[in-house]
Design a binder for this molecule. Sequence first.
Ligand code: ZN
Ligand code: ZN
Length: 367
Amino acid sequence: MRASSIGGMETHNFVRALQHVAGSLQPSRLMRAQATSQAAQRESAEEERPAPAGAAGSASCVPGKKPYISAKWRKRTAVAGIGVASGLAIGLAIGLTIGQTLTCPTGSNYVGSANRIGTAPALRGSLGCVDTAAISYRQTLSSTIAGTSTGTTTVNIYGPFEAGFSSAQPGVSCLGTQSVVGGIDTYTAELMIRNMCNVNSISLLDTCGDHANPRHFHEMLTNCLSGQVASGHSTRLGTSGDNRGIYGFFEANNTYPVLDVCGAHVGVTPDSNGQPVVHYHSQVYPPFFVGCYTNADATMTPTQCRALFAGCSSAAYSITTAYGSGTYQRDCPCWDPTTRSNVPGATGTPGYWPTSLRLPPPPPSTG
Ligand SMILES: [Zn+2]
Ligand SMILES: [Zn+2]
């Protein structure tokens, strides 16, 4: 597939293809490096690894890993009188495993579970799935919006974080002895790599916002999954693990919703029969689709979110891009909706991002 199509790829797609091929050739090296740098995070989530070409479905080379349940969550649920010793047992007791990657079906819509409301999604796996109508919509769009790769049937929606990058992945050999550690969102990691390599054309995602094998979304870059209804609200693009809908960028014509830390709010959607419902919206900043499975009324606070993830208790990590420097908490998907930082006490937009805010792509002309 790749050998025959690389010649026609845009530069950034070419880079991605090489990275994934490289990942498939050297899994043990990647795993060793990541095992060293991510010991704490490995306890917390499904691992995201490039899989061999054609091996769709083999998302993990660390089978049987335990899902992450934070100490605070275990303590809280124990205090609440649920009466079991571990969060894992709690998850099993309610019929699912908290923090585990979802299995997204093809040809039908994913159905989530309300038992996940208020819990932590997978950090290196699917936390939502693209609906069939959105896949069909994507396939009506031009390649400049939908992308040109084989990924126009992508169903997996991952969280914001990547597992890390090094020069072992061709296409970013310019990293030399430098590397990007795991647990950093795709937008920030891309800015870091561009700065390390001094190459602004490097992109970690294809045109639409998906990549890799098994193919998955981290961001939606071009409105490739969502149109708009007459009111301007974006159409539904997918279903989250907690069975809430995920929509595009827009709440109304040229306006954006006010969202909680998870990326959700309460409102009427194109498919809610006029009733206000909790739902998620895509954003151009992380968490991009879903940061956490929000609570019953979409009022999750950064503090509440942070209690769900071990990464939010880790030491702040220093990040530098061409725009400047700032601190970051790896594998902590709890960005304050006001400051856009995932570090408590931050006073403004992180210094490693451009000062002129990134804007969502223009609304789709049809839908
Ligand atoms: Zn990825
Ligand atoms: Zn909305």
